[in-house]
Design a protein around this ligand. Structure first.
Ligand SMILES: NC(=O)c1ccc[n+]([C@@H]2O[C@H](COP(=O)([O-])OP(=O)(O)OC[C@H]3O[C@@H](n4cnc5c(N)ncnc54)[C@H](O)[C@@H]3O)[C@@H](O)[C@H]2O)c1
Length: 267
């Protein structure tokens, strides 16, 4: 496994799910972690989001393995909060090598019933949030002449999704940002990639299930269609891919889209 000693990862949506799994995996290999999350319930979608105590639990788990983790509370839509978190990270660790743009929301709505508020929240969190984070982290990476940005898109960033047009648009947008940033930032040795998981076994699916009056497995099966006979993959499967992409082993990997989809996009 790759050594991330002296590397620093800024991870959004770190309180739980894929962000948490990636924080633990990177910390286990020696990276210092800036764990950013909203930490409070937000108005949309109507399911619970990552909580402050989950960030504290993550911090304790990383400390128990001898690692370092700071907590950054804020909303990725809030430019001031993102700026403050980047400053906090620089004060604590002095550099940022990995930006994992992972915070995101999902909800269902048919196009002719979608409100402005639903559209705006989806685009602002899933697409503008990563832009704001990059806007503040990229100057740090440019000064270091190196870094990697990993954008957590979805299989919905490479195909369409029923009752998910706002989500799908935000995730295709992230694919586009990945391409454009990879071109723009290559002269500074900053790599940019996107990842595209199929359904992942995280609290997001529990939240969607509660909103739809279904079980989480029913939600996963309805939206997925994996070739491999599993309703979903685990957050640790995503972390395996993120570890590789963040590492020096992927030093000439930039601009690409990396699926971890149990074969969904093939079928
Ligand atoms: N779960 C899936 O099936 C699945 C599949 C493919 C891609 N994704 C994407 O993976 C990413 C992580 O999702 P997850 O499955 O771990 O979901 P999750 O809901 O379990 O975790 C998402 C985290 O992001 C945080 N967050 C949400 N809005 C925020 C905001 N405005 N500011 C700061 N933090 C915010 C939440 O508090 C939560 O801790 C998302 O971008 C999601 O769209 C999820």
């Amino acid at each position: 496994m790759t050594d991330f000693t002296n590397k620093v990862a800024f991870i959004t949506g770190a309180a739980r799910g894929q962000g948490r799994a990636c924080a633990l995996a990177l910390a286990k290999e020696g990276a210092a972690i800036a764990a950013f999350d909203v930490g409070v319930t937000i108005e949309y979608p109507a399911y619970a989001h990552g909580a402050g105590e989950e960030l504290r639990t993550l911090q304790e788990e990383i400390a128990a393995m001898g690692g370092r983790c700071i907590i950054c509370l804020g909303d990725v839509r809030d430019d001031g909060a993102v700026s403050a978190a980047v400053e906090q990270t620089m004060a604590a660790f002095g550099r940022i090598d990995i930006l994992f743009n992972n915070a995101g929301i999902c909800a269902y709505a048919e196009v002719d019933q979608m409100t402005d508020e639903e559209w705006d929240a989806m685009i602002d969190i899933n697409l503008k949030g990563p832009f704001l984070c990059a806007r503040h982290v990229v100057p740090v990476m440019k000064a270091q002449n190196g870094g990697v940005i990993i954008n957590n898109s979805s299989v919905m960033g490479l195909r369409g999704g029923r009752r998910l047009s706002h989500y799908t648009a935000s995730k295709w947008g992230l694919t586009g940002l990945t391409k454009a940033w990879a071109i723009e930032l290559a002269p500074w040795n900053i790599r940019v990639v996107s990842i595209h998981p199929t359904g992942v076994n995280t609290p997001m699916n529990d939240g969607l299930a509660a909103m739809e009056g279904k079980t989480a497995v029913e939600i996963a099966e309805a939206s997925a269609g994996n070739l491999q006979p599993v309703p979903w993959i685990e957050p640790e499967d995503v972390a395996e891919l993120v570890l590789y992409l963040a590492s020096e082993r992927a030093r000439y990997v930039t601009g690409g889209q990396f699926v971890v989809d149990a074969g969904l996009l093939t079928g």
